[in-house]
Design a protein around this ligand. Structure first.
Ligand code: AHM
Ligand code: MG
Length: 299
Protein backbone atom coordinates (compact mmCIF):
# COMPACT_ATOMS: atom_id res chain seq x y z
CA UNK A 1 0.00 0.00 0.00
CA UNK A 2 1.37 3.45 -0.79
CA UNK A 3 0.97 6.65 1.25
CA UNK A 4 -1.99 7.98 -0.75
CA UNK A 5 -3.78 4.64 -0.59
CA UNK A 6 -3.19 4.50 3.18
CA UNK A 7 -4.57 8.03 3.68
CA UNK A 8 -7.63 7.21 1.59
CA UNK A 9 -8.14 3.98 3.52
CA UNK A 10 -8.39 5.93 6.80
CA UNK A 11 -10.67 8.54 5.19
CA UNK A 12 -8.18 11.35 5.68
CA UNK A 13 -9.72 14.71 4.80
CA UNK A 14 -8.63 15.66 1.26
CA UNK A 15 -6.97 18.95 2.22
CA UNK A 16 -4.91 17.25 4.91
CA UNK A 17 -4.10 14.42 2.50
CA UNK A 18 -2.74 16.87 -0.06
CA UNK A 19 -0.57 18.56 2.58
CA UNK A 20 0.91 15.24 3.70
CA UNK A 21 1.67 14.25 0.10
CA UNK A 22 3.28 17.68 -0.46
CA UNK A 23 5.41 17.23 2.68
CA UNK A 24 6.54 13.83 1.40
CA UNK A 25 7.54 15.48 -1.89
CA UNK A 26 9.41 18.19 0.03
CA UNK A 27 11.27 15.54 2.02
CA UNK A 28 12.49 13.97 -1.23
CA UNK A 29 13.98 17.37 -2.16
CA UNK A 30 15.58 17.79 1.28
CA UNK A 31 17.03 14.26 1.17
CA UNK A 32 18.52 15.04 -2.22
CA UNK A 33 19.97 18.32 -0.90
CA UNK A 34 21.37 16.65 2.21
CA UNK A 35 22.99 13.87 0.15
CA UNK A 36 24.51 16.05 -2.55
CA UNK A 37 25.27 19.45 -1.03
CA UNK A 38 28.25 20.64 0.95
CA UNK A 39 27.50 19.48 4.49
CA UNK A 40 27.93 21.56 7.59
CA UNK A 41 28.42 24.82 5.68
CA UNK A 42 27.61 27.60 8.15
CA UNK A 43 26.04 30.94 7.27
CA UNK A 44 26.51 34.23 9.08
CA UNK A 45 22.73 34.42 9.71
CA UNK A 46 20.95 33.26 12.84
CA UNK A 47 17.60 31.53 13.25
CA UNK A 48 14.74 32.78 15.43
CA UNK A 49 16.43 31.34 18.55
CA UNK A 50 19.77 33.04 17.82
CA UNK A 51 21.55 29.90 16.60
CA UNK A 52 23.91 30.06 13.62
CA UNK A 53 22.16 28.64 10.56
CA UNK A 54 23.59 26.06 8.21
CA UNK A 55 23.12 26.54 4.47
CA UNK A 56 21.10 23.33 4.47
CA UNK A 57 18.83 24.59 7.29
CA UNK A 58 17.80 27.50 5.10
CA UNK A 59 17.58 25.39 1.94
CA UNK A 60 15.39 22.76 3.67
CA UNK A 61 13.16 25.45 5.11
CA UNK A 62 12.69 27.02 1.67
CA UNK A 63 11.93 23.66 0.04
CA UNK A 64 9.05 23.04 2.46
CA UNK A 65 7.76 26.61 2.59
CA UNK A 66 7.76 27.01 -1.22
CA UNK A 67 5.75 23.81 -1.67
CA UNK A 68 3.25 24.64 1.11
CA UNK A 69 2.74 28.23 -0.02
CA UNK A 70 1.02 27.05 -3.22
CA UNK A 71 -1.08 24.41 -1.48
CA UNK A 72 -4.50 26.01 -1.14
CA UNK A 73 -5.21 24.03 2.03
CA UNK A 74 -2.41 25.66 4.03
CA UNK A 75 -3.35 28.69 6.13
CA UNK A 76 -0.14 29.40 8.02
CA UNK A 77 3.34 27.94 8.28
CA UNK A 78 5.70 28.12 11.23
CA UNK A 79 9.32 27.03 11.22
CA UNK A 80 12.17 26.75 13.67
CA UNK A 81 14.10 28.81 11.11
CA UNK A 82 11.56 31.67 10.81
CA UNK A 83 10.82 34.43 13.31
CA UNK A 84 7.06 34.70 12.68
CA UNK A 85 4.32 32.59 11.13
CA UNK A 86 3.71 33.65 7.50
CA UNK A 87 -0.04 33.67 6.82
CA UNK A 88 -0.89 32.36 3.36
CA UNK A 89 -4.69 32.10 3.65
CA UNK A 90 -7.42 32.78 6.21
CA UNK A 91 -8.50 29.15 6.50
CA UNK A 92 -7.07 25.67 6.17
CA UNK A 93 -4.33 23.95 8.15
CA UNK A 94 -1.44 25.45 10.09
CA UNK A 95 1.73 23.50 9.39
CA UNK A 96 4.69 23.86 11.77
CA UNK A 97 8.09 22.27 11.27
CA UNK A 98 11.71 21.94 12.12
CA UNK A 99 12.95 21.58 8.52
CA UNK A 100 16.33 20.01 9.34
CA UNK A 101 16.62 18.83 12.92
CA UNK A 102 20.10 17.83 14.05
CA UNK A 103 21.86 19.87 11.37
CA UNK A 104 25.01 20.04 13.51
CA UNK A 105 25.38 16.30 12.73
CA UNK A 106 25.54 16.93 8.97
CA UNK A 107 29.31 17.35 8.77
CA UNK A 108 29.89 13.94 10.40
CA UNK A 109 27.30 12.23 8.17
CA UNK A 110 24.96 11.05 10.92
CA UNK A 111 21.23 10.80 10.28
CA UNK A 112 19.15 13.99 10.40
CA UNK A 113 15.45 14.61 9.85
CA UNK A 114 12.41 16.85 9.47
CA UNK A 115 9.69 17.16 12.15
CA UNK A 116 6.15 18.39 11.32
CA UNK A 117 2.97 19.09 13.28
CA UNK A 118 -0.34 19.98 11.59
CA UNK A 119 -3.25 21.86 13.19
CA UNK A 120 -6.66 22.66 11.77
CA UNK A 121 -7.33 26.40 11.46
CA UNK A 122 -5.10 29.43 11.38
CA UNK A 123 -3.38 30.14 14.68
CA UNK A 124 -1.70 27.84 17.17
CA UNK A 125 -0.94 30.22 20.06
CA UNK A 126 -3.03 29.39 23.13
CA UNK A 127 -3.69 25.89 21.85
CA UNK A 128 -1.96 22.64 22.84
CA UNK A 129 -0.15 19.87 20.99
CA UNK A 130 -3.26 17.77 21.49
CA UNK A 131 -4.90 19.91 18.80
CA UNK A 132 -2.58 18.42 16.17
CA UNK A 133 -4.51 16.47 13.54
CA UNK A 134 -1.33 14.88 12.22
CA UNK A 135 2.37 14.61 13.02
CA UNK A 136 5.26 13.34 10.93
CA UNK A 137 8.99 12.86 10.96
CA UNK A 138 11.16 12.20 7.93
CA UNK A 139 14.47 10.43 8.53
CA UNK A 140 17.40 11.17 6.21
CA UNK A 141 19.59 8.15 6.82
CA UNK A 142 20.85 5.43 4.49
CA UNK A 143 17.16 5.23 3.51
CA UNK A 144 14.49 7.91 3.29
CA UNK A 145 11.70 6.97 5.71
CA UNK A 146 8.76 8.64 7.43
CA UNK A 147 6.73 8.09 10.59
CA UNK A 148 3.19 9.36 10.31
CA UNK A 149 0.14 9.65 12.49
CA UNK A 150 -3.23 11.10 11.52
CA UNK A 151 -4.42 10.06 15.00
CA UNK A 152 -5.06 6.55 13.74
CA UNK A 153 -1.94 4.82 14.99
CA UNK A 154 1.68 5.44 14.05
CA UNK A 155 2.97 3.97 10.81
CA UNK A 156 6.28 3.85 8.94
CA UNK A 157 6.59 4.59 5.23
CA UNK A 158 9.72 4.08 3.12
CA UNK A 159 10.59 5.79 -0.17
CA UNK A 160 11.20 2.83 -2.46
CA UNK A 161 11.63 3.13 -6.25
CA UNK A 162 9.99 6.56 -6.32
CA UNK A 163 7.01 5.63 -4.15
CA UNK A 164 6.15 5.96 -0.44
CA UNK A 165 5.34 2.42 0.67
CA UNK A 166 3.76 1.47 4.02
CA UNK A 167 6.50 -0.62 5.61
CA UNK A 168 5.43 -0.87 9.30
CA UNK A 169 1.81 -0.66 10.34
CA UNK A 170 0.47 0.18 13.82
CA UNK A 171 3.76 0.49 15.60
CA UNK A 172 3.53 -0.34 19.33
CA UNK A 173 5.91 0.37 22.19
CA UNK A 174 5.50 -3.04 23.81
CA UNK A 175 8.95 -4.66 23.86
CA UNK A 176 10.74 -5.57 27.10
CA UNK A 177 14.27 -4.48 26.16
CA UNK A 178 15.82 -1.76 28.34
CA UNK A 179 17.13 1.07 26.19
CA UNK A 180 17.87 4.73 26.93
CA UNK A 181 18.70 7.87 24.99
CA UNK A 182 19.83 10.41 27.61
CA UNK A 183 20.04 13.92 26.17
CA UNK A 184 21.72 16.86 27.87
CA UNK A 185 24.04 14.84 30.08
CA UNK A 186 25.80 18.11 30.90
CA UNK A 187 22.82 18.67 33.22
CA UNK A 188 24.01 16.10 35.78
CA UNK A 189 26.45 18.51 37.43
CA UNK A 190 23.57 20.74 38.60
CA UNK A 191 20.52 18.49 38.25
CA UNK A 192 21.24 15.80 40.83
CA UNK A 193 17.94 14.02 40.26
CA UNK A 194 18.97 13.46 36.65
CA UNK A 195 22.27 12.06 37.92
CA UNK A 196 20.32 9.57 40.07
CA UNK A 197 18.24 8.56 37.04
CA UNK A 198 21.37 8.01 34.95
CA UNK A 199 22.75 5.84 37.77
CA UNK A 200 19.51 3.84 37.79
CA UNK A 201 19.92 3.11 34.08
CA UNK A 202 23.59 2.20 34.54
CA UNK A 203 22.90 -0.06 37.53
CA UNK A 204 20.13 -1.83 35.63
CA UNK A 205 22.22 -2.48 32.53
CA UNK A 206 20.19 -0.45 30.06
CA UNK A 207 21.52 -0.34 26.51
CA UNK A 208 22.68 3.14 25.45
CA UNK A 209 21.27 4.26 22.09
CA UNK A 210 21.80 7.99 21.63
CA UNK A 211 22.83 9.62 18.36
CA UNK A 212 22.43 13.32 19.23
CA UNK A 213 19.65 13.68 16.68
CA UNK A 214 16.14 13.65 18.11
CA UNK A 215 14.63 12.32 14.87
CA UNK A 216 16.74 9.16 14.58
CA UNK A 217 16.61 8.69 18.37
CA UNK A 218 12.80 8.78 18.54
CA UNK A 219 12.53 6.82 15.28
CA UNK A 220 14.66 4.13 16.89
CA UNK A 221 12.43 3.96 19.97
CA UNK A 222 9.38 3.53 17.73
CA UNK A 223 10.94 0.83 15.57
CA UNK A 224 12.57 -1.12 18.43
CA UNK A 225 9.31 -0.83 20.39
CA UNK A 226 11.04 0.23 23.62
CA UNK A 227 13.21 2.83 25.27
CA UNK A 228 13.13 6.36 26.61
CA UNK A 229 14.50 9.71 25.41
CA UNK A 230 15.12 12.48 27.92
CA UNK A 231 16.11 16.11 27.60
CA UNK A 232 15.89 17.75 31.04
CA UNK A 233 16.68 21.29 32.04
CA UNK A 234 19.53 22.49 34.21
CA UNK A 235 20.76 25.63 35.92
CA UNK A 236 21.64 27.59 32.77
CA UNK A 237 18.61 26.39 30.75
CA UNK A 238 15.73 25.31 33.04
CA UNK A 239 13.53 24.49 30.04
CA UNK A 240 16.23 22.60 28.18
CA UNK A 241 16.85 23.17 24.51
CA UNK A 242 14.12 21.50 22.49
CA UNK A 243 11.12 23.42 21.14
CA UNK A 244 7.56 22.54 22.14
CA UNK A 245 5.92 23.37 18.80
CA UNK A 246 8.52 22.30 16.26
CA UNK A 247 10.04 19.27 17.95
CA UNK A 248 8.40 17.95 21.12
CA UNK A 249 4.64 18.14 20.38
CA UNK A 250 4.83 16.24 17.06
CA UNK A 251 7.08 13.61 18.68
CA UNK A 252 4.64 13.32 21.60
CA UNK A 253 1.72 12.61 19.27
CA UNK A 254 3.69 9.99 17.32
CA UNK A 255 4.75 8.27 20.56
CA UNK A 256 1.30 8.41 22.21
CA UNK A 257 -0.28 6.96 19.10
CA UNK A 258 2.14 4.05 19.49
CA UNK A 259 0.97 3.51 23.09
CA UNK A 260 3.81 5.50 24.69
CA UNK A 261 3.95 8.59 26.89
CA UNK A 262 5.45 12.08 26.78
CA UNK A 263 5.74 14.51 29.68
CA UNK A 264 7.56 17.76 30.34
CA UNK A 265 8.37 16.46 33.83
CA UNK A 266 5.15 17.67 35.43
CA UNK A 267 2.32 17.50 32.88
CA UNK A 268 1.41 15.54 29.75
CA UNK A 269 3.36 17.23 27.01
CA UNK A 270 0.34 17.41 24.69
CA UNK A 271 -1.59 19.37 27.37
CA UNK A 272 1.07 22.06 27.62
CA UNK A 273 -0.30 25.42 26.40
CA UNK A 274 1.56 27.00 23.50
CA UNK A 275 2.37 30.48 24.79
CA UNK A 276 5.08 31.38 22.35
CA UNK A 277 5.90 29.83 19.01
CA UNK A 278 9.60 29.22 19.76
CA UNK A 279 9.13 28.21 23.43
CA UNK A 280 11.38 25.49 24.78
CA UNK A 281 10.37 22.58 26.96
CA UNK A 282 11.96 19.76 28.87
CA UNK A 283 10.86 16.32 27.63
CA UNK A 284 10.68 12.72 28.87
CA UNK A 285 9.28 10.49 26.13
CA UNK A 286 9.10 6.84 25.12
CA UNK A 287 7.62 3.62 26.39
CA UNK A 288 5.12 4.42 29.17
CA UNK A 289 6.80 2.34 31.91
CA UNK A 290 10.20 3.88 31.16
CA UNK A 291 8.85 7.44 31.19
CA UNK A 292 7.16 6.71 34.53
CA UNK A 293 10.48 5.55 36.01
CA UNK A 294 12.14 8.77 34.78
CA UNK A 295 9.33 10.87 36.27
CA UNK A 296 9.66 9.06 39.61
CA UNK A 297 13.29 10.13 39.78
CA UNK A 298 12.79 13.66 38.54
CA UNK A 299 9.44 14.55 40.11
P1 AHM B 1 18.61 21.69 16.32
O1 AHM B 1 17.13 21.87 16.10
O2 AHM B 1 19.34 22.98 16.43
O3 AHM B 1 19.20 20.76 15.29
O4 AHM B 1 18.78 21.01 17.77
C1 AHM B 1 18.02 19.87 18.12
C2 AHM B 1 18.90 18.69 18.39
C3 AHM B 1 18.12 17.43 18.67
O5 AHM B 1 17.99 16.66 17.50
C4 AHM B 1 18.96 16.73 19.71
O6 AHM B 1 18.20 15.88 20.52
C5 AHM B 1 19.54 17.87 20.46
O7 AHM B 1 19.63 18.96 19.56
C6 AHM B 1 20.89 17.60 21.02
O8 AHM B 1 21.42 18.81 21.48
P2 AHM B 1 22.73 18.92 22.38
O9 AHM B 1 23.74 17.97 21.81
O10 AHM B 1 23.13 20.35 22.22
O11 AHM B 1 22.36 18.58 23.77
MG1 MG C 1 15.59 20.97 15.90
Amino acid sequence: MNLKEYLNSVECETGLLSIILDLARASEGIYDAVSTNEAGKKLTSENASGETQMALDVRSNNIITDILEVNENVSVVGSEELEDLPVFRDSGYAVVYDPLDGSSLLDVNLAVGTIVGIYEGVGILGRTGDDQVAALIFVYGPRLTAMLTVRKGTHEFTFIDGEWILTRENIKLDKEKKMYAPGNLRAVSSNLKYRDLINYWLDNQYTLRYSGGMVPDINQILLKGCGVFTYPGYDVAPNGKLRLVFECAPMALLIEQAGGKASDGSIRLLDKPIGEIHQRTTIFIGKTEEVDIALDYLG
